[in-house]
Write a protein that binds this ligand. Sequence first.
Ligand SMILES: C[S@@+](CC[C@H](N)C(=O)[O-])C[C@H]1O[C@@H](n2cnc3c(N)ncnc32)[C@H](O)[C@@H]1O
Length: 208
Amino acid sequence: MSETYKTEQEAFWSGDFGDAYVERNTGDALVAGRTHLLSNVLRQAGPVRSVVEFGPNLGLNMVALKRLLPSASRTAIEINARAVEVLRRDPDITVHHGSILDPFIGTPHDLVFTCGVLIHIAPDALPVVYDRMYAASNRLIAVIEYYNPSPVEIPYRGHQDRLFKRDFAGDLLDRFSDLRLVDYGFQYHRDPNFPVDDLTWFLLEKSA
Ligand SMILES: C[S@@+](CC[C@H](N)C(=O)[O-])C[C@H]1O[C@@H](n2cnc3c(N)ncnc32)[C@H](O)[C@@H]1O
């Protein structure tokens, strides 16, 4: 494991596996699916003027958000250098190259979200990431992840200890008493028009 990172999983995503992921995930169909998904996530969000995505990779969700919320500022925190290179091609995105386990830099945003990222965080490190998400949000938190009622680890592309499913939203609701559940939903990988993945999403809000 790299000296620089606190967990094996961070080294994994910053290295060759993460580089190959960037090459695999491009195309208009993927952006269309994310646009559909995020429009559902945002349907009860109220006004959103700023968004930060934790672990955006090359920015499929960032591209979708540019269409959905053209006036909102977009910020990204990504650990993989190759993905950061691609993100920086859009000058409108504020890109931080680093780990979401590190303290959040900057002022809070209306919406902080993850999509397929908490599932790749070492379970022991999740409370730290939850604290970073909470600190980065001045109102909304969305988690778009693989759900399981109890924590499980499953093999990921031939690797062990790289994919974990659980009730991430439930963890957040338990950890922060001022959060409330606003909306939730599911996107099915067999959707005829938007076959993104089997993703369960939850929108949480800080009560005033
Ligand atoms: C499965 S990809 C999902 C990418 C993107 N959210 C999407 O929906 O297309 C996981 C992403 O999280 C990033 N990531 C994993 N651990 C991270 C960490 N500790 N800090 C920042 N980014 C991380 C990876 O480099 C990768 O880009």
